[in-house]
Structure formats: structure tokens, C-alpha cells
Design a protein around this ligand. Structure first.
Ligand code: ADP
Length: 482
């Protein structure tokens, strides 16, 4: 991999703690497309995380004291460096994660867009003046950085999940200690190398790789940490929530989803098929906002399934770094097994395989993108996120029925629906229990809008000016004796 990078110094095999590159490679990182070793990263734990947190606590006052414009300028520089190195960052990303290079470039671009957005937002953290209740006093509310932050990120978006947390934190005046996913540390370390180059001061941004639970425990329990931002499984999110209770820390949690994707009979069916392709098969179905349950109304059901099947059959599967590939490998064997289980269970409940349905002839963790028809509401896939390239298509009769089915989940991250009737659009958008709704769009993530879930899908919002609020505390000041 190093030989294929324009700037080989972006591939770092050490952690970045308190402004220094330390540790030696211990854990092998492999390419999911071929199992080959890409390099090694250090296996660090509680001690090194404590060092990083203490360094962040030391760096905090000076970082918070800079003017918003000074912090903004450093973030802007980081943004420019990410853009300048986008091809290397994308190649690192595809190599450790598997997604097609075109998607990796897209992720680096949105990752950079978060940094750019929060570089701008840094200067707009306004407080308020409050009409007073007594004549001798004036009331104001100011916003101050919350303090040292921890960030724990997943492998499915190894670049943008980091910038979406780290850039608003830095913009607000908070230092961050990041633990990236063990499968994809090189994207994180490359971002740290560029942050260092951009002039982020020592201790303000550290990256620790290694024992997930040991690092996570320090981030949740160290008294200096005031906020932990996590994207990952609901299971781990709940562990962190409990750990953070000890010190009453604030948490941002972006957890699992089980997104319904609904096609009504008044929809533009071709547009709905396009939307389903993007929503379902992006990142081989490994995103928390991927359509997991596709509900199609009776009268357009067969047409939708035929058109979707034709598109899915035309996908090109292979190593994401090869030109024209639209589906890479899944992240690991467990992901393949879960997809297989969901298919077997749906078929046992009466579903029919229309396209795909099994491991791909390429071997490894490659899987055939799959479409299932006649899936019943009692199938496992109706209740659990697959996180793989499986599109189960359910049939429904009317609006009330599909809203009931869609909301029958403890999760509520994204929902999608296709319809043209304006009354229906409003009714359904309001009725769906999710933090985000895509109407006539299968792709809704953008740095300018608030991303997040309801129910067990999480707490808080990332992106937009709401994403900045996570990293500030409101302080009310009464000035009396006037
Ligand atoms: P996934 O199933 O998508 O890998 P996880 O929730 O296991 O999702 O992983 C998301 C992130 O959480 C990764 O960085 C992972 O290393 C980290 N992680 C896993 N277990 C723990 C834990 N007990 N405490 C803190 N972080 C953890």
C-alpha cells in the first residue's frame, strides 16, 4: 500500500499521543478484499489512554482560549490538506475497509466537508441575552466548550465518522482523544498526520489504537473527560452509557438502525428503484442508514421487484480498488454469516430468492448482492439489521398498515419513502418514528443537516449547527446590583 501512495508518510504505524508518534506495530491490519497484510498498529490500553486524556486536559485551556477565528483557521487548513490528499486517503480507506474507490473518494469528500462546515461554524457559537425579571439585574447565557472529549468510531466509515466528531469538538474549543475501529486504524492515523501538519497543537487531538474495552473504559470513566461521542453497535453503546453514568458524562450515541424503505403506489417507480440501490447497496449494505426492510404497495410490487432485480444483477463485484467495481467484500466472516442467516430464515418463512442469495464465487468475504421477494413480516430480517447486501421486499396494502409495520421496531434512525401525493408525504413523514426521513431520496447524509436517531438508535445529533451544541455547555450568568 505504501508504494501506491503519493505521500507515503500518510501510512502511520504508530499512535499519535500528546503530539508525538509513539508505540510499535503489534496488531496486523488486513485488506478484506484479499486478506493481505497492510501494516501493523500498536496495541495500547488504559495507561496510554490515560496519558492521552491527561495531555488533552493540559492542552484544553490554551485551545479554548484561542479566538474562534484562530481555531477556524487551523480547521480550514486541515480541510485543505484532506482535500489535497483525497486520493491517498481514499486508497487507504478502500484498502482497509473494502468499499469501492469511488465510494471511498465520496466519503473523504464528505469527511472533509464536515471539517469545512465546522471551521465556519466555529465562529457562530452565539449566546443569548434574556429579558430580565428584576430591574437591578441583567441575564445572559454564554456557551463554553464542554471539555476533554472522547470519540469512538466504527469501521464502516473510517474517515467521515471521525471528522464528524472531531471537527465540531475542536471548533468549540475541546480537545479529543480518538479510538478508531481496530479494522480501520490507518484512515484515522492519516487524518491525525494531516491535523498535525495543519497546526493542531500538541495534545489537542490524540489517536489511540488497541484494546477497545480498556480504552473505552478510560474515556468513559476518567474524571477529566466530559463528553464521549460514539458510533457503533447498540450493544456497545449501552455499555458505554452505563460506564458514563459513574461520572455523569454526556454522551452522543449513533447506534444501530433498521431503516424501512417504503414505495407507495403513486411513486415514481424508477426513482424509487434508484433510491433503493443507493440506500441498500452503498458500502455493501454496511451502513446504519441502509434500507433494511423494503415495503412496496400491492399494485406496484411486481414492477418494482423486476426493476430492482435487473439493476442488482448488473452490479460489478470485486476488489474495490479495481476500476468499475460497485460492490467490494464484506468486512469479515461474521458479516457474511449474518447475511446468510437472514436469507435462510426469510426463505424458511416463504420468501423467494430473485437475485443472488449466496457467497460470491470470488471467495473470501465477497457476497452476491441479493433480492428477496414475498418476505413475510415475521422474518428475522424485519426485526434485525442485516448490515449486508440483502434487499428483502415486503408487500403491503395501505398507508396505515405500512406505518404500523415501519414503526414496529425498537430502532429509529433513518426511514425512506417514495410518494408524490403531497398530503401523503406530510402524513407519512410525520408518522415515521425515526430521527431522519428521506422523501424521494435514498441518500440523506450531508454536513449541513442533523444526523441522529430516536428510540434505541441513539442520543444527540451530528452535523449542522445542532452538531456543535453537543460540544458546548450553556452557562447562565446573572449580573445584579446594577
Ligand atoms: P461493529 O459491530 O460495527 O464493529 P462495535 O460497536 O463493536 O460495532 O464497534 C464500534 C467501535 O466501538 C469500534 O471502535 C470498537 O473497537 C469499539 N468498541 C467495541 N467494544 C467496545 C467496548 N467495550 N468499549 C469501548 N469501545 C468498544
Amino acid at each position: 500500500l505504501r508504494d501506491r501512495l503519493k505521500d507515503p508518510s500518510l501510512l502511520r504505524e504508530q499512535c499519535f499521543i500528546d503530539g508525538a508518534w509513539i508505540g510499535a506495530g503489534a496488531t496486523v491490519v488486513t485488506n478484506p478484499a484479499n486478506g493481505q497484510e497492510l501494516g501493523k498498529v500498536p496495541k495500547m490500553g488504559a495507561d496510554e489512554t490515560t496519558q492521552a486524556v491527561e495531555a488533552a486536559a493540559r492542552a484544553f485551556p490554551a485551545w479554548a482560549k484561542l479566538t474562534a477565528k484562530q481555531r477556524s483557521n487551523i480547521l480550514r487548513k486541515w480541510f485543505e490538506l484532506i482535500v489535497a490528499h483525497r486520493e491517498d486517503l481514499a486508497l487507504i480507506l478502500t484498502s482497509e475497509q473494502g468499499k469501492p474507490l469511488a465510494e471511498a473518494l465520496g466519503e473523504v469528500d464528505i469527511g472533509a466537508a464536515y471539517v469545512e462546515f465546522f471551521a465556519e461554524e466555529a465562529r457562530r457559537v452565539y449566546g443569548e441575552t434574556i429579558p430580565t425579571q428584576r430591574a437591578d439585574a441583567r441575564l445572559i447565557a454564554i456557551k463554553q466548550p464542554i471539555g476533554v472529549c472522547g470519540a469512538i468510531t466504527p469501521w464502516n466509515f473510517p474517515n467521515s465518522m471521525i471528522t464528524r466528531k472531531v471537527s465540531p469538538a475542536l471548533a468549540a474549543g475541546c480537545p479529543v482523544v480518538l479510538k478508531p475501529a481496530n479494522e480501520t486504524p490507518f484512515s484515522a492515523l492519516a487524518l491525525a498526520a494531516l491535523a498535525e501538519k495543519a497546526g493542531v497543537p500538541k495534545g489537542v487531538f490524540s489517536v489511540v489504537t488497541g484494546h477497545a474495552s480498556a480504552i473505552g473504559k478510560v474515556l468513559c470513566e476518567h474524571p477529566a473527560v466530559r463528553f464521549v461521542g460514539f458510533t457503533g453497535s447498540t450493544e456497545v453503546g449501552k455499555i458505554l452509557y452505563q460506564q458514563a453514568a459513574v461520572g455523569v458524562k454526556k454522551l452522543g450515541l449513533e447506534l444501530g438502525g433498521n431503516a424501512p424503505f417504503i414505495v407507495f403506489d403513486d411513486a415514481d417507480i424508477d426513482a424509487a428503484v434508484e433510491g433503493a440501490m443507493v440506500s441498500k447497496y452503498r458500502n455493501m449494505g454496511q451502513t446504519c442508514v441502509c434500507a433494511n426492510r423494503i415495503y412496496v404497495q400491492d399494485s406496484v410490487y411486481d414492477a418494482f421487484v423486476d426493476k430492482l432485480a435487473a439493476k442488482v444483477s448488473a452490479m460489478k463485484i470485486g476488489d474495490g480498488a479495481e476500476p468499475g467495481v460497485t460492490q467490494g467484500p464484506l468486512i469479515n466472516e461474521a458479516a457474511v454469516e449474518k447475511t446468510e442467516n437472514h436469507i435462510a430464515d426469510a426463505v424458511a418463512h416463504g420468501a423467494k430468492v430473485i437475485v443472488g442469495g449466496k457467497r460470491h464465487a470470488l471467495g473470501g468475504t465477497f457476497f452476491e448482492p441479493t433480492v428477496l421477494a414475498n418476505v413475510r413480516p415475521d422474518a428475522l430480517v424485519a426485526h434485525e439489521e442485516t448490515f449486508g447486501p440483502l434487499a428483502p421486499v415486503f408487500r403491503f396494502k395501505d398507508e396505515a398498515e405500512v406505518i404500523r409495520l415501519a414503526n414496529n421496531s425498537p430502532f429509529g434512525l433513518a426511514s425512506y419513502f417514495y410518494a408524490r401525493d403531497i398530503g401523503r408525504v406530510w402524513r407519512v413523514a410525520e408518522a415515521l418514528e425515526s430521527g431522519m426521513v428521506g422523501v424521494n431520496s435514498g441518500l440523506i447524509t450531508t454536513e449541513v443537516a442533523p444526523f441522529g436517531g430516536v428510540k434505541e438508535s441513539g442520543l444527540g445529533r451530528e452535523g449542522s449547527h445542532h452538531g456543535m451544541e453537543e460540544y458546548v455547555e450553556i452557562k447562565y450568568v446573572m449580573m445584579a446590583g446594577i
